[in-house]
Design a protein. Structure first.
Length: 212
């Protein structure tokens, strides 16, 4: 098992209230032992009585499980990642299709497993697996850039048109959802044009201000 920081903490954009996302990478040949992980989590968690970890595969095909912990009053998220699945991602082939089922914690971002790993920082990795996985995602692949632009440019107008229809019926919730989705698609395109990975939607509209 090879843990690594992901998201804001690894990017240096975290703040005092930011959680810690700990990616737990493992291979099928040496699977993650969730019972041992649970025992370790209970030892450090603020409330062991409510501490739980998921089975492998419970959260879907990419972030395939984990746990939500509180340690010393700080949120710590454990995220299971299959190193075999991550290493199979081909950013320059047909499988580079950038959209997939979104993780439950993300409402708009279309992500593949390779993207977040481009920024994660290894905490323990004696076989240098994380850096080898990073090399697949960097430099930013042109086919992925083109695929993202094709995929999301039409959806911007589609969302606006749906919002206009909802406005005629004064369906404010639907309007808000359509506008948010359109803005998220704009962010996808702007990040792709600048050859930057959009890790998730949080802060994306603010971050793109400096892009062309």
């Amino acid at each position: 098992m090879r843990p690594s920081y992901t998201a804001a903490r690894a990017l240096g954009s975290g703040h005092a209230a930011s959680d810690y996302d700990i990616g737990l990478y493992f291979k099928a040949a040496l699977p993650l032992e969730t019972e041992r992980l649970l025992a370790a989590a209970k030892e450090i968690a603020d409330n062991s009585a409510v501490t739980a970890v998921t089975k492998i595969g419970e959260w879907g095909p990419w972030i395939i499980g984990g746990a939500w912990l509180s340690v010393g009053g700080q949120r710590v998220d454990l995220l299971y990642r299959s190193a075999d699945a991550v290493s199979s991602w081909n950013p320059v082939g047909p499988a580079s299709s950038p959209w997939t089922t979104n993780p439950a914690i993300h409402t708009a971002s279309a992500r593949r497993s390779g993207w977040a790993r481009s920024h994660c920082q290894p905490l323990r990795d004696p076989q240098d697996l994380i850096n080898r996985l990073k090399s697949i995602a960097l430099p930013y692949p042109q086919p992925l850039r083109d695929a993202l632009i094709r995929r999301f440019q039409w959806e911007i107008l589609f969302g606006i048109e749906n919002a206009e229809l909802a406005a005629a019926r004064n369906e404010q919730t639907h309007i808000a959802g359509c506008v948010y989705r359109s803005l998220a698609c704009v962010a996808q395109i702007v990040f792709a044009l600048n050859e930057r990975y959009l890790i998730n939607e949080k802060g994306a509209l603010w971050k793109q201000r400096g892009y062309r």
